[in-house]
Design a protein around this ligand. Sequence first.
Ligand SMILES: [Zn+2]
Length: 466
Amino acid sequence: MKSQSAQIRTPLTETMIDECPAIDIHVHAQGTISPQTAWELGLCNKLITVSQQADGTWQLQDGPLHIGKGDPAKRYSNIFCSRGGFEISLDENGAPIDLAYNYNCVGDGHDKFTGFDAVMATVQGHRHPPGGLQTEEDYRFIMERYLQSCVRQNVRYTEALQNIHIAHVLRPDLPPKEARAQFFRLCRDIVKQFAQQNVHLRFHHCPNKTSKSNLPGALAERSLEWPEWLKEANSIAPNVFVALNSAGHEEQERLDGGPFAMKKAYENAKNAGFGCEAHAGEGIGVEHMLDTMQCLPVTRIAHGVQVIESQAAINEVLGRGITLIMMPYINVTLGAPLHVKETTQGEIPHAKMQDGMRDPSVHTKHILDLTKHPIFTLMRDHSVPIALATDNPEMGGMTYKEQVKLLAGFGSNFPSGFLPLSAEELALCNMHALKAAFCSRGVKEELAQALLSWMTKYNIKIGLSI
Ligand SMILES: [Zn+2]
């Protein structure tokens, strides 16, 4: 059955988008760090220095302190460039002009995801410490910036993905268990600070599922501590860390035994009452996404772009009541791969494996255009429950409202006949996000009321509630 939005399409205005009380349930905490914030962290932690020369110009140097030895970016300054990929230039006050992240910081020959992952790891710094984030004050600072962004945009509910491992970096002076306890108290304070500004915040533990995590032990062993850390969190600060997630390069995950190697960890988390979500369907193909859905007790899949390659996988999503959390802008930025087959009607998405064998007629394309992103087909033709999210709003992605404006056609150059995101579709995405959110019924009801008020004001009807 098609959703009501397929019949009634109220065009979105920028004011409607600005006023919408948004629900963003998938945001990597480190992905909220803008290039400018990362620059300030670098200066503050002495990883970079700008100094004025005799001729009055300013010069950027690395040091006097350095990032971790094994860090793939090698030097902190390598993660920056000027917009367009140019060398950094400084203005008359020594401030960077048009600062951007340099996703080519690990050199040529890598895919975009690898460079992006390296920037993220260097800014967060827990894989090869020290990196950009070093102290509890740094963490408060980045979350304060994120709170300001939520308030500016009217994002009313958000789930931040954070690897608890960062606790050991923020408090190296404490034994690991005490450092984590301290971090849970810090996150509890941050949740309160958000609530004071009318923004509900919850955290996920989001470890890196691959050997890139730079931690000892095979994935099956290593992952067993994930639910234990969540239980620790809940005993110290209840309802702050509410879910288990996992991230990392899918190709590497396969080599490390995923997703099967994470089964026990996820089941333990679920049995202890935590929400379960996994990243899948953004890398090696729909087969991996199917395995993830069948093996792990997840109610949400992040990205799931490649579900479009297989009707069986779409049926699995619908049958299991899984919500797909989609973040189309970052998929376009990173050129998410999609497997396609040549047919008489042109190229159509298709699974690359056939009866366990690689289908030679299927090749890989990259999504480089929002109109080619499967979100529209999945939402409109398959009625898949989709929550719109940002993933990494300041690192490769864009903020929630900027993305919605783009999808609604503002600043986009959509071809004629292409239907931009409608008000009904935006309302549906937010209601699906709220239904799938890992928070209490009371919080959901409060936010559903806010959404309904917005919908009533603009006469938007979707026939879906929490
Ligand atoms: Zn993500």
